[in-house]
Design a protein around this ligand. Sequence first.
Ligand code: HEM
Length: 310
Amino acid sequence: MNLSSVLADAGGATQLAVRTLALGGVTVVIGASAFRWVVMGSAARANTVTGDVERQVERQVASIGMVAAVVVTIAAAWRIVAQADAFLSPGDPLLPVVVAVLKTTWGRAATVQVAAALVALVGFWSTRNASSRGWTVALGAAVVMAATPAWMGHAAATESRTVIAIGADMLHVGAAGGWAGAVIVLALVLRHLQRETGDGAMAAELISRFRILALVCAGTLLGTGATSALFRLAAPSDLFTSPYGLILSAKLAIVASAAILGRRHSQTAALRARTGGASAVTASIGAEAVLFVLVLALSALLSASPPPTD
Ligand code: HEM
């Protein structure tokens, strides 16, 4: 296996970069919603995060969600045009081919992805005026968005037990948002806290309330990821002999490293933040977020590569 043939099979470096941005954006939109509802929600119920600090963190999370929603909108729109362009014969006008692409299952899912991203953008935007309804709108859009990649890749093309393949992929993307997406949001929020207030107590509170979300989502990712792998691999040896299997193995190695780092964070980071301030954990949680960005890039490569069962 060499890198250029793997990239060529995945449609080239630009396609892969845009696919990574789309999947990364979807993951972070879901992560921002999960962070607000689960992590901040649990801190607010316990009355440990309130007032101005709560508003400040909420605004930061909404801003991250807005950027991610814009990224998804642009990336998905770009992919629609690129898909149409690939079918274009010399001299043909682009618009009718775009319309034809939008009528396919892939095109409908891409349209829903753009629409959901725009709704999420409005939702996140309206939370900036202290509207809690905006968070509900963003959450609804995130749930819809989690369902779209399954209709744009291998899951929808699965010939038998398609419902299970699509269902597993939808849950996988949702859980990817709840773990990887939310860690990326947490890392950015911690950087913000370090810059603005250096508030270690707040950082510690957010980190310790993150544990349950990460555990539930990691378990779901393992189960749904294994299900998808069973659909795509013809034999266990494919993991080490096929390009698809090798990409999956590399992804699993990075997921395992992120999980080990995450476990360390769940045991020690809250205490470190409480005693040393937000800056004591920013770099380390940032490193975990970078590992998740790599996982997302490999996931984009995986979902664009021909599986051994093809
Ligand atoms: C932090 C952990 C993980 C993240 C963030 C993640 C993320 C993703 C994403 C975003 C996709 C693309 C879905 C799509 O395009 O439809 C995907 C696909 C996939 N993931 Fe994961 N994943 C993680 C862990 C795992 C694990 C633990 C496994 C295996 C046990 C796994 C196996 C797969 C497989 C087989 C696919 C299907 C690719 C295809 O369409 O052929 N993932 N993952």
